[in-house]
Design a protein around this ligand. Structure first.
Ligand SMILES: [Zn+2]
Length: 909
């Protein structure tokens, strides 16, 4: 409620005038909405907690403040059960005693998209306005590390303060630092050295309380300057308020002269602090120097990570831009999108998407992601159908959901007229079915009774139907085409026909079927403008792909841009002559959902017992082939011997696909996981040795070295998360939900230079059986309850995909090609839309979001380069707005965006 001061405000040492140290006691609870218990179980406790809290705060003015964990979801969860208490909550919030928000939920920052982080903050701020506004502090108490751009995100929402715990590096040696984003935006970050529970469960006795404060002060003495206030966070995971707090604080103040205790709010405490003389830290916070970062959450439950990536993609990269651009403004599907985003935002909670949770919780998370994706995909289909309906001419139309002008592979159904030509691949062909069949009424009734709507099968739809009464019977004419068409009166005609047949059961019915011959093609579509459309036109192939070789000696897929050679001896493949791609390395994992941990007696399986190559499509548009490898993996890690034990056979099928005119090989690996307690990684050789990796992260690409900072309690394992791509040593890997990578095979450079990695290991699966565990090799103490779980073992089908490119192509463009390809819609023509065009042009930056806000188009862009850029929106004008939608500057046609900046442009209508 209290606006935070600007970061530069200084000069106030925050200490009490008489030399006593000010102790800022901030009562709170940390409310993991779901974790080792499911949501509803925790909510039963939440409702009791908030019931008691309201009674306590209303009856005891000495219990001055309470921080409801910085997330509005907690309020909504409560009000769903106790709607009658909304006024009580509002009154306490309005008086400044109860602080809410700014987040909707305390999300993980690395496992969700930048848009999910922004939408979460925006949803929190909007919801918080019903309670007099949110806490103006970027409260990030428990997230497993922090993304580099967080200071910029907070600054663009008007927040000058962050509060963090995990991930802070050893270079920070005070209880605060200046945290700077790659674009130079800064916030003052309060560092909770001992976590958000350093003052949890304070004693009821004042003398004991003073002793506790003394030992707290001793513990952090090196972090505190003389006279600086000490922040005491009075709460922890699911802890209830301590009703005696007001009394014991007053008693402690009258008892001694060392400390001056005050129950206060986080905002008020931060307003008393200064940024003078603080260390600056630039970029992400992923250090385990003083607290666990739990880096293994990026690779547990790969199904959850895939579901998250697909749901986010379906909303932010498909449903939103296509609905915003191709539907009239008044058909913007706001309620559906709000619902889908609420599901995605709820799932972004750190214990939810991180899947360090009970199996019931993970089931719920997967269900929410599935619903969000179903909404995203359904809305995408509706927008594409609208493009089809609006085309002037009939035939397939390709739609480009991304900002880049590009061609790409399309799968279309076209009339089978003449020769298909050299530049396409015919997948199937169906002869025409003209003709008239004369049937009795009963048979026609049965046949048409089976027809539900206009769909006959996936490639056949009734596109027109009519009924005529002739002198000698009834004529039913069915026109059948490859695409569904709106408004075909199938049901009406059926009803009319059945009525006539009921009246005259012996009438003869002539079924006249008009189905032209069609063929299904793969082709490379000519370039389509960014955010535009183009009638299907097969491009002449510059680099057609060809499959060659023999399955017994080796298969080759090549298009002149890259060559992939499959090796039947090893089950791996060579990329442009570099061998060894796709080597599957399976080792033991006696860790838990939070951390990988090798068993003390590990065994590593990295070679198959047999390999079979299977040829597939031969080109010229698409060529593919399978590597079918059989492995014998140990069955589990024995808890007594700490060794991998038993043997299970597994068949792993890896499909490699190369397309015409693309420098990329797409890889899909499928198997049924038979083993427990193991980690499966694919090893990808780097064309040149690398000392750093560059991985996509929210609104930027972060560069990381070969090591990570850790400590005895958590080894600094240099496995890192990437959002959709990671590049190293000339190789770019694009993936969907395979978030964890590590640079391995580290050796000194041949020329005597420092150590460099020659391989990127991408985690495909990490299977463990414990939520948390004691005595692990890389993290000896538990990070949560030591509950045995089935789900994280991931027994059953695993289906993972990634793509490789060694040509140095722009990774954002690669990610769009692989994950958001051209879409196709059918059209019957008769609309207004010409053969080609674009609804929006955005050049000079990466586009994160295109949607409608209050009817207007809103475009969010970011500049991941090291130089300023000009963002061009030809023909458009409007306002740059901050993340609260407040206007910042007007623009016309273009604007400058600083290096690593994020900008949101609201376009004039
Ligand atoms: Zn938590």
């Amino acid at each position: 409620m209290t606006p935070a001061p600007p970061v530069s405000a200084g000069g106030h040492d925050g200490g009490a005038a008489d030399g006593r140290r000010t102790i800022a006691v901030v009562p709170h609870t940390h409310w993991d909405r779901e974790w080792y218990d499911p949501f509803q179980t925790y909510r039963l406790k939440l409702v009791r907690l908030v019931d008691d809290l309201l009674d306590l705060m209303e009856s005891d003015s000495s219990y001055g403040h309470f921080l409801l964990d910085g997330q509005l979801a907690v309020i909504d969860d409560y009000l769903e059960i106790r709607p009658e208490h909304e006024d009580r909550l509002r009154a306490l919030a309005a008086s400044g005693r109860l602080t809410v928000g700014p987040w909707y939920i305390l999300m993980d920052e690395f496992l969700v998209s930048g848009e999910t982080i922004v939408r979460n903050l925006q949803k929190g701020i909007v919801r918080g306005s019903a309670f007099g506004g949110v806490m103006e502090v970027g409260y990030l108490p428990d997230m497993f590390g922090h993304v580099a751009q967080m200071p910029q995100i907070l600054a663009q929402a008007g927040l000058a303060h962050a509060v963090v715990w995990r991930g802070v590096p050893s270079a920070v040696d005070r209880t605060a630092f200046v945290w700077t984003a790659p674009d130079g935006s800064s916030v003052r970050a309060e560092y909770l050295v001992a976590g958000y529970g350093n003052g949890a469960a304070l004693p009821e006795d004042a003398k004991q309380l003073v002793r506790r404060l003394g030992s707290l002060q001793d513990e952090f003495t090196s972090f505190l300057r003389p006279g600086e206030p000490m922040l005491v966070m009075n709460g922890s995971d699911h802890l209830r308020p301590q009703p005696w707090l007001g009394r014991v604080v007053a008693d402690a103040n009258s008892l001694q002269d060392d400390f001056d205790l005050a129950i206060t709010s986080l905002s008020a405490y931060l307003a008393s602090t200064s940024s003078d003389g603080l260390t600056e830290w630039r970029g992400e916070l992923r250090s385990g120097a003083r607290s666990n970062v739990l880096m293994g959450v990026a690779s547990n439950r790969v199904d959850v990570k895939q579901a998250a990536a697909r749901a986010e993609r379906s909303l932010e990269l498909l449903a939103e831009p296509l609905s915003a651009l191709f539907l009239p403004a008044d058909r913007w599907p706001a309620p559906f999108l709000d619902l889908a985003w609420t599901l995605v935002i709820r799932n972004s909670a750190h214990d939810s998407v991180c899947a360090c949770s009970a199996d019931d919780v993970v089931d719920a998370v997967l269900h929410r992601y599935a619903e969000a994706r179903q909404l995203g995909e359904g809305l995408t289909e509706q927008a594409l159908a609208a493009v089809g309906r609006s085309m002037a001419e009939a035939g397939p139309v390709a739609v480009n959901p991304s900002a880049h002008r590009r061609g790409g592979l399309v799968d279309v159904i076209v009339p089978a007229v003449g020769d298909a030509g050299p530049d396409v691949q015919v997948l199937s062909e169906r002869a025409g079915m003209p003709g008239t069949i004369t049937l009795d009424g009963e048979t026609v009734r049965n046949m048409l009774g089976l027809l539900q709507g206009s769909r006959i099968d996936d490639q056949s739809y009734v596109t027109d139907v009519s009924l005529a009464e002739g002198e000698t019977g009834l004529d039913v004419t069915l026109v059948i085409g490859p695409e569904p068409r709106d408004g075909v009166p199938v049901e009406e005609v059926k009803r009319e026909l059945f009525t006539l047949l009921t009246a005259q059961p012996d009438t003869e019915v002539r079924l006249i079927i008009d189905q032209p011959p069609v063929r299904r093609l793969l082709a490379r579509q000519e370039p389509v403008p960014g955010f535009g459309w183009s009638r299907f036109t097969a491009a002449a192939l510059t680099h057609p792909v060809r499959a060659g070789g023999d399955p017994s000696t080796g298969l080759t897929l090549s298009n002149g841009l890259l060559t992939v050679e499959l090796d039947p001896a090893t089950g791996t493949f060579a990329l442009d002559g570099v061998p060894g791609y796709g080597r599957l390395v399976d080792d033991g994992d006696h860790g838990d959902t939070y951390n990988y941990s090798p068993p003390s007696h590990d065994s590593v399986i990295d070679a198959p017992t047999s390999v079979v190559l299977v040829a597939g499509d031969q080109g010229p548009v698409r060529a593919n082939a399978d590597i079918v490898s059989t492995y014998v993996w140990p069955e589990y890690v024995d808890g007594t011997t700490h060794a991998r034990t038993g043997a299970r056979e597994v068949v792993v099928t890896t499909t490699l696909e190369v397309r015409a005119d693309e420098p990329t090989v797409r890889v899909r690996t499928r198997f049924t996981n038979p083993s427990r307690d193991h980690r499966l990684r694919v090893h990808l050789p780097l064309p040149t040795p690398a000392v750093t990796s560059r991985a996509e992260c929210a609104f930027t690409v972060v560069e990381r070295g070969l090591v990570a900072e850790g400590r005895d309690q958590e080894f600094g394992l240099p496995t890192f998360p990437s959002r959709r791509f990671v590049s190293a040593g000339g190789l770019t890997v694009v993936h969907e939900g395979l978030l964890e990578y590590e640079l391995v095979d580290i050796a000194p450079g041949g020329d005597g230079s420092g150590a460099a990695a020659s391989t990127l290991a991408l985690t495909l699966l990490r299977a463990t059986g414990m939520l948390s565990r004691l005595g692990m090799t890389l993290r000896p103490l538990p990070a949560g309850p030591m509950d045995a779980l089935d789900g994280p073992q991931m027994l059953g089908p695993v289906d993972v995909s990634y793509a490789l490119c060694a040509s140095g192509a722009d990774p954002y463009a690669l990610a769009a090609d692989v994950l958001v390809p051209l879409a196709v819609s059918g059209s019957f023509g008769g609309g207004h839309r010409p053969a080609q065009g674009a609804e929006l042009t955005v050049e000079g930056a990466q586009v994160s979001s295109v949607r409608r806000v209050a009817g207007a188009l809103e475009v969010r862009v970011f500049n991941p380069t090291d130089a300023d850029t000009t963002v061009r929106l030809p023909g458009r004008s409007g306002w740059l707005v901050d993340l609260r939608g407040r206007p910042v500057t007007a623009f016309e046609g273009d604007f400058t965006l600083r290096s690593q900046g994020i900008a949101t442009a609201r376009l004039d209508t």
